[in-house]
Structure formats: structure tokens, C-alpha cells
Unconditional design. Sequence first.
Length: 529
Amino acid sequence: MHDIQILGQNASGFDAALSQAALDFVADLHAQFDGRRRALLASRDDRQKALDGGAAFEFLSETADVRNGSWVVRPVPEDLLDRRCEITGPTDRKMVINALNSGAKVFMADFEDSNSPTWANMVGGQVSLFDAIRREIDFAADTGKSYALSPDIATLMVRPRGWHLTESGMRVDDQPVSASLFDFGLYFFNNAAELLSRGSGPYFYLPKLESHLEARLWNDVFVYSQEQLGLDVGTIKATVLIETIPAAFEMDEILYELRDHSAGLNAGRWDYIFSVIKRNRTTEGFALPDRGQIIMTVPFMRSYTELLVQTCHKRDAFAMGGMAAFIPSRSDEEINRLAFAKVSEDKMREAADGCDGTWVAHPDLVPLATEIFDEVLGDSPNQISRKRPEVSVSAEDLTTFVVEGGTITEGGVRQNVDVAIQYIASWLRGTGAAAIYNLMEDAATAEISRSQIWQWVHSGSSTAEGDRITPAYVNKIADEETDRLRVELGHDVYDGARFEEARNLFTEVALADDFPDFLTIPAYEILEH
């Protein structure tokens, strides 16, 4: 028995997700695994100290037998064989209905980067998924429009939060519970049997992993959870997002640890760039150009995605492409024409490289992405049989961060400051997926924005226009951008939309002496108060 405290405010319908049995299950997971979680987070710190001391990224010598072995992952169920287009987004009721109805093969319901982690969002999202699985979900907008599920819906996958976060709304034995175990545990306990009875299963996306040992912890959580519910080992399937540079050096090992539960790997491009900056923060002279110039065809990004496809297909696992974040304009067809051309180019490259599917952020992109993958896949549900033996990627390929012709511009600095402040304000208001300048921004792009500013300040970088990027220069741009927003929105709207808190948080993490590992950790503290 554990002392369980629920500090979050109850609301109508929450009892469906927060039964005593479900809470006891989460508490049991906390007791079994939280110590290992905290030890692995300490290992991340140790690794950073080694990198700061001059250590290099390299493939692990102690796991060479895993990389050289002939093993493959266990096959996936039928409803995960075809993943050519997956749509992602937060777990509010309208989004859940629209995403499941979108025509995509899979909906990745997100408790992580596109979800502001208020208690209402976290538990409300669990209720939305509980109802959707049982086809009892509906939604009525203020406009009077009603939303309901279609007969044919996408396969559901769920992304819990990363190992580094805790859920302050639930405490076990006077400790905040792991956010990962909270999100996973409630969803799995409440829905696994129901999903299986309907011909599907409990399927997950796992974010922010940095080592195969962190994957091993997830695997042990899966085995334990299945045993507690009397389910066969391998019932759970999980796709790991390779969105940190340490994980890029352990892709084989991550798949191996999860081989009974693996549904492949995904190229999480924005967080990957953030991780490159974070892990190289003390490297002499290291400075990436404007984030818009770090496209998927620059050499180090190309090496990362090519290695991902080859590694997955060698192990009979899915290789999933990255996000198309464009949000179509309802009024400017020229914006749409240019953006759709870029999305098409990106998705054609992924399909040609061997990816088995890709991500989009908006239902209007589902037909485009599906059509592109249809042309490559034909009647096949995937292209796992395409093994890519010609690919050869070295540690040097993954760590040579050269962007030919790349520059740091005033526009790039201004974009980072502007988008980060707007996004953080949205996040603090409770919306974690924010449409800004026709792009769906989430916590990953905010992390890139603030980490690039920190990197440029600490590397002594200057803009192409000749301005040294100093704290004073960044604050000047922050003043200009917030003044512009105040005028455009009006003082009353601006003052009530948490922009000043967002600006203060942004400059706190972007101009700190030491690099804060995650923007979301101090942001959580603001939400809690």
C-alpha cells in the first residue's frame, strides 16, 4: 500500500480515468521503477560532464555484439503494418475526433511536446482517449458544430511524457510521480483490455530517450505491466523517437532492448537539432546557423536519417519520417502553394529513402503525404524489405556539424525570440500546440529557439549584418517583438495572455550562465503556481 495524494483539481468525468485501481497501478509502477529512472537521469549528467571534458560521441564498444548480431524485432499486429501517414496532436476532445477521422493510418495522441501539462489537460486527455476507444466521444463547439467519430478511424498510439519530467498533480509516498509512468500507467491500465477486445492494442511512442539503458527501463515497465494485467509479453508495441544525438549512436541497442515490443524508430528532427546544440554547448567555436537553414538535406541530418532507415530495416522494424508542421492558410493560396511544394519535396525524399511512413500536423496534409507514399509503396503496406545495405554512416558523419553557406542573421535571431515568446505564452495559457505563422509549433521548436540564442551568445557569434549577439542585443529584440505584439493585439489582450511571463522565462533560459537542460522544467514550476 502506498500513500497516494491527488493534488490536481477534480472535474466532471475525471473519475473514469482516476479510479482507485488505476491510481494504485501507477503508484506501484512508481515504487518499482522510479529509483532507476532517477539514476538514469543522473547518468545523463555524467555523460554531459564527460563531453564537457573533451569526450567524443562514438558507437559503444561494449555493445558491438548487438550491432553485429542477426536478431530482428517481433512482428507487429495487423493494424500497425501500414503507417504511411500518421497525424499527431494533443488530446483535447475536438483534436482527438478530427485526428481519428482524418484519413491518416495512425493518430499519435500526444501528452508530451504538443500538450501543455495542466492537470485539466493531462487527465482530460486520458478521459478523451478512454471515451474514443469505446466510441463514446463527442464534442459540441461554441459555434454549434458537432463532432463525432466516423466508422473508419485511425489506429491510436499514445506518447507519454519523457523520463525527465514529473507529474506534480499526483504524489506517491510524498514524491511527485514520474510523468512518464503517470501517462503510460493510466492509459494502459484503463484501456489495454478494451483495445484488445476491439482488435487493436496498447501502442505507444517513447520520447527523449538518450540511451539503450533508458529503453531497457521502458521494456521492464512493459513486461511488469503486462504481467500485472495478465497480458502476453509483446502485447505492447512502442516506437522510439530518435530525437537526441546520444540515441543516434545507440539505435541498434534501443531496438534490441525493446525487441519484443518494438514498432520501430522515428526521426524526431526538431528535438534532434536541440539535442545537438545542448550536448555540444561547451564545444569551442560551435555555432549552428539560423534554424531554417538546418534542413534535412544538410550532411549531419542526412546521415542521421539514412542510418535510422538502414538500422530499422535490418531489424525488420519500421522507419518513420519526421513532421510536416505546416498549417494551411484559409486566406492566402500563395502561402499554401509554396508550403505544399516544400512538404511534397520533404515527403518524397523520405519515401525514396525507405521510410515506411511520415508525420503531419494537420488533416489537410494527410491526402498529400498519403499520395506520395502510395506512389512508392503501391500495394505493399510498408517497405521494410528495402534494407539499404549501401548506407555507411560513421561517428564523424554524425558529428560534423557543417552547414555549407549557413549564416546567422538578424531575422534568425528575431524569429527565435518571437516564436519562442509566443509559444511559451500559449503553453502557459494551456495550449501546447500553437499555430504561429502557419506552422504548428510545440515545445521542441521553443527548445531550439532558446538553445540557439544561448549558443550564439556564449560562442560570441555575430549576425551577418554585423551585430554581436549579446544579452543586451537579445533583450533589445525581445523588447521590440513584445512591443509589436502589444500593439497588434491590443493592451488588454496582451496583458491577459501571459506574454510578460513568457518573455521573462525565455530570457531566463536563453541568457542563463549555465545551460538549462529543458525549458519545460522551469515552465512546469510556473504552471504549478
